[in-house]
Write a protein that binds this ligand. Structure first.
Ligand code: HEM
Length: 417
């Protein structure tokens, strides 16, 4: 890098005391990386006294993030204290007053998680695999070869929505409702997805209403291995208050949709930006299972999770005070060269590729990680059977968010064998 670029790069010139990494535009323009590099080097546990989200700590190194993750007695996820994102969950106009187990502490968290986790257990995934494979093949076979298409809409969204509809046993023709609700749940008016928080609230109440209908129907049927039936029949969840029920549904919809969707798109982009890795994959499709965790590390579809300190504590030598907001930047931890060898390189046969932070850690570690990996593995197996290349033919458009790291558009052309 020349001195000239260094002087122009705001990440290297802004005084540390004024550095605020919360601006969604830094993520949309994909320029956030150099800010995190500087923080890891100069101030790995960094205090930002003033931001659009109030004061917050940024934890940017892999091992410090782990230290926060494993200590839920000190670092709470509780929604009433602000929950799990930089943006407080229950304050101001953004408030939805939803209750979901990702934003609860043990013991309540543990009981609710236990009730729904069998739906994504390996034994159930074995049943799901052939259905997902058939649907993946169906989506890919419907695509035109040699014409420009939007990969996000035609493949990533379609496939993850189909899987989610399968997990919920959701009415098939209406499955795009799930996509819409997932988008709406994480939207703010700036994103253009909704025009106001009021509209978001109304659409999510429609979502709740719809699911209430499914819930009532399943309550009168014998138990089945779908998520709604499991929640209806489990003693830990069947008497849930209405907002808690809605919250847990939205958690499963958002958890299962946006993240996997953006990993599917992110993988295509990463392979195009690293043609030698694409060639390696074409020469040996057996590398797919190793490549999937590398794609998930590389993409880091959720940039962060947030906690609130329940008592004074210390991280990386810094004094955290009771009530402070602590943000674990997974996107930064996944580029920490003290833990990950050559972290800025995308290496599809990376040894130990599962050692990343994208799924979090500790009691809240992602419940759907195996479903996500399964979908990605299947889609890549089916892509390689059909196409010699998914070629990116234009600039990707990225999501305006400091939480979801993803794409709104990725123009590609498919090349046949
Ligand atoms: C929790 C990431 C896919 C359901 C989480 C957390 C992260 C995450 C970072 C919080 C971890 C923590 O606080 O330590 C991802 C990524 C995915 C993905 C990167 C895809 C590549 C899925 C899927 C589902 C799902 C497919 C459901 C079908 C959940 C649930 C939780 C969760 C229910 C809450 C767990 C708890 O609080 O105990 N996920 N997720 N996720 N995820 Fe995922």
């Amino acid at each position: 890098m020349t001195t000239d670029t260094l002087t122009r790069d705001p990440a290297s010139t802004v005084p540390l005391s004024q550095m605020d990494v919360s601006d969604p535009k830094l993520f949309q323009s994909d320029t956030i990386g150099s800010y995190f590099t500087r923080l890891r080097r100069e101030d790995p546990v960094h205090y930002c006294p003033e931001s659009a989200y109030g004061p917050y700590w940024s934890v940017t190194k892999f091992n410090d993030i782990m230290q926060v993750e494993v200590n839920h007695q000190t670092f709470s996820s509780e929604s009433k204290l602000g929950g799990i994102t930089l943006q407080d969950m229950q304050s101001g106009e953004a408030s939805l007053e939803l209750e979901m187990f990702i934003a609860m502490d043990p013991p309540k968290h543990d009981a609710q998680r236990k009730a729904v986790s069998p739906a994504v257990a390996p034994s159930n995934l074995v049943l799901l695999e052939p259905i997902i494979r058939e649907r993946a093949g169906f989506i890919l076979d419907s695509l035109p070869v040699g014409e420009e298409i939007d990969w996000v809409d035609r493949v990533s969204i379609e496939l993850t929505t189909m899987t989610l509809a399968t997990l919920f046993d959701f009415p098939w023709e209406e499955r795009r409702k799930l996509t819409r609700w997932s988008d709406v749940a994480t939207a703010t008016p700036e994103t253009g997805v909704v025009s106001s928080f009021e509209q978001r609230r109304e659409e999510l109440l429609d979502c709740a209403q719809y699911f209430k209908g499914l819930w009532d129907k399943r309550a009168n049927e014998p138990p089945k291995p779908d998520l709604i039936s499991m929640m209806v029949h489990s003693p830990a969840t069947r008497d849930m208050p209405y907002l808690e029920f809605l919250g847990n549904l939205i958690l499963l919809i958002v958890g299962g949709n946006d993240t996997t969707r953006n990993s599917i798109s992110g993988g295509v982009l990463a392979l195009n930006q690293n043609p030698a890795e694409y060639r390696k994959l074409m020469a040996d499709p057996g590398l797919i299972p190793k490549m999937i965790p590398e794609i998930i590390r590389w993409q880091t579809p959720l940039t962060h999770m947030r906690r609130t300190a329940l008592m004074d504590a210390e991280i990386g030598g810094k004094k955290i005070r009771k009530g402070d907001k602590v943000v674990m930047w997974y996107l930064s931890g996944n580029r920490d060269d003290e833990v990950i060898d050559r972290p800025n390189e995308f290496i599809i046969d990376r040894p130990n590729s599962r050692h990343h932070l994208s799924f979090g850690f500790g009691v809240h570690r992602c419940m759907g990680n195996r479903v996500a990996e399964l979908q990605l593995r299947i889609i890549w197996e089916e892509i390689l059977k059909r196409f010699s290349k998914v070629e990116v033919v234009g600039a990707p458009e990225r999501t305006l968010s400091n939480f979801i790291r993803g794409f709104t558009r990725l123009p590609v052309k498919l090349r046949g064998h």
